[in-house]
Write a protein that binds this ligand. Structure first.
Ligand code: ADP
Length: 304
């Protein structure tokens, strides 16, 4: 029995159908990613799952509760990390946890008994009595994540958990999320960072224009959808090189700006050829989830 089962979920804003017949099956204990370019419908989908907006059509069953009918009951068993930190600046780190816990009707004694381990999880034990305004962005995110655990949720929903963080802070959040996965929590996250999804997610969907356009385990998707290797070639004359040589050397190639992405099954001969082309620079790497994402959603900017 999936922890979240969605069938034919649909939502319009005005005449635009922003979620179009979405089906999802999220298993208990997995980390599931909801990916997609800006405007794909990720946040709208999360809001419908949490019962914050009503679908126009479709069914949601989450933690065995029909949503939105029993959204309030379901939310008691869910932790939510919103896109923007909404910690209360008037209170200290520990007080934020206490006050948030009270929203769930948890007695103060129970919350207070949980606070030390939540602070330890967030790496903020020494900051318990510190005002929120003095915390760094990374600390605030860690506290928001710890706060989402105050009700000991079975399911944790995170909307872009590491957007705006530096690489070090991002790695700390990933470590925390992996800890939660090992504890058996189910995680549903949206992200723009393909590396994040590739590292953390057991399964994912890529949404575009409100529809699922790819689904599966990240490694399986990479193996099924993309050639195993990529050579990124860049330099002023890359256009001319692509015109003359692209089809000969690459199974498939795409140009973005002044970089040519050459997808190959074996890049050895291409690399030997490129060593002779002094005006071009290149980097060879294994294909990754970003390549899958760009194959499905294209390389044009999405200014939504
Ligand atoms: P994502 O989270 O994938 O970036 P959203 O779910 O936020 O996408 O938005 C999907 C589409 O719905 C976008 O085109 C957005 O402009 C539109 N949209 C989102 N919220 C509203 C709203 N409250 N009113 C009108 N249009 C909205």
């Amino acid at each position: 029995m999936p922890i979240i089962k969605v069938r034919n979920l649909t939502k319009h804003y005005g005449n635009t159908e922003v979620v179009r017949g979405l089906d999802l099956d999220i298993k208990r204990g997995e980390c599931f990613g909801l990916l997609g370019p800006n405007g794909a419908g990720k946040t709208t989908t999360l809001k419908m799952l949490l019962g914050l907006i009503e679908p126009d059509a479709g069914e949601i069953l989450m933690l065995d509760q029909p949503i939105p009918l029993q959204a309030r009951q379901a939310r008691l068993r869910i932790g939510v990390v919103p896109q923007m930190d909404n910690l209360d600046p008037d209170f200290t780190v520990a007080e934020n946890l206490l006050i948030y816990g009270r929203y769930f009707g948890i007695p103060d004694a129970v919350i207070n008994s949980r606070i030390p381990s939540l602070l330890e999880f967030a790496g903020l034990t020494s900051k318990a009595d510190t005002k929120i305004t003095t915390l760094s962005g990374g600390m605030k995110r860690r506290l928001t994540l710890a706060r989402a655990l105050v009700n000991d949720p079975e399911l944790i929903v995170l909307d872009e958990p590491t957007t705006g963080l530096d690489p070090q802070a991002r790695h700390v959040i990933w470590q925390g999320l992996r800890r939660l996965i090992h504890q058996g929590k189910t995680i549903l996250l949206t992200t723009h960072f393909m590396e994040e999804a590739e590292r953390l997610c057991d399964n994912l969907v890529i949404l575009d224009h409100g529809k699922v356009i790819a689904t599966g385990n990240p490694r399986d998707l990479i193996a099924a959808e993309i050639e195993p290797g990529v050579v990124e070639i860049y330099g002023e004359r890359v256009d001319a090189w692509a015109e003359q040589n692209g089809a000969a050397w690459c199974t498939r190639h795409e140009i973005t700006g002044e970089t040519l992405f050459c997808y190959t099954h074996d890049g050895t001969a291409l690399i030997a050829h490129l060593r002779e082309q002094c005006e071009l620079r290149y980097v060879q790497r294994p294909s990754n989830l970003e390549d899958v994402f760009l194959k499905f959603t294209g390389r044009e900017l999405r200014d939504v």
